[in-house]
Ligand binder design. Sequence first.
Ligand code: 0GZ
Length: 304
Amino acid sequence: MKFEVTPGWLPFYPTPSKPKLQLPKGAVDAHCHVFGPGDIFPYAPERKYTPCDAPKEKLFALRDLLGFERNVIVQATCHGADNRALVDALESANGKARGVATVRRDVTNDELQALHQAGVRGVRFNFVKRLVDAPPKDTLMEIAQKIAPLGWHIVIYFEADDLKEYWDFFTSLPTTVVVDHMGRPDVTKPVDGEEFELFIKLMREHKNFWSKVSCPERLSKTGPKALNGEQHAYVDVVPFARRLVQEFPDRVLFGTDWPHPNLKDHMPDDGLLVDYVAQIAPSEEERQRLLVDNPMRLYWPEEQ
Ligand SMILES: O=C(O)c1cc(C(=O)O)oc(=O)c1
């Protein structure tokens, strides 16, 4: 099937640089996606955007260039609950990728087992209105109850503004819960202001919560952008990620978010995005936890 890309869509950066930062051995890119290709794995009818194809071969080549050894591939909303592109990528990765799927309430145990076999270790609940019409909470709780016995976790994606509303629901989830992109703080607000303190409180009071300290390119308002060799990109986002890395060193993950869906302003050079990690995790010990120990504990516990 041929798909027309959403007007204004920015394709991923064609020639990423090799990072200056050398990643620790065994580093995991814990948040990235595959899109299509649409003629093999069609985009979902209910999608809110149509991306350009970003196939597994490109992802694996990027992994090697950047110095990662493994990927966690997260089901993107443009594929809805059709996990075929994700499963295909996982099955092609020689054990070097795990996945986070999207499932519906009527998913069967056999289907869950097949996803587990392919390398899926979690499901994603998305509440961002420009991306999805979120299912009702009782539907999601039913899914949570179904996946919990598999030892899977739940990845949640929401806007900072919505945290209050979902607080009771999120904190009643029965599994480890991983928050995408730091709960999308407005980085023009203070890092110790009301909005981000609420997120810190969530992490402090609920030890089953983890946070991805990813997506500075999405959250930044003032840059500078990860382009043209910039070694100090997205300085306005650094204090937020730095705070999480310092306060919750065992419950943070980092991912590139390649191929960066829905960016409007610019497309980052992924090599420079890796160099950004030196700003939020300046010590080798912090990077070891962020990039190796934490994702391995969550996604490859059998190797621990
Ligand atoms: O902010 C976004 O647009 C975005 C979208 C998706 C997705 O469509 O799944 O995933 C992300 O991690 C981020």
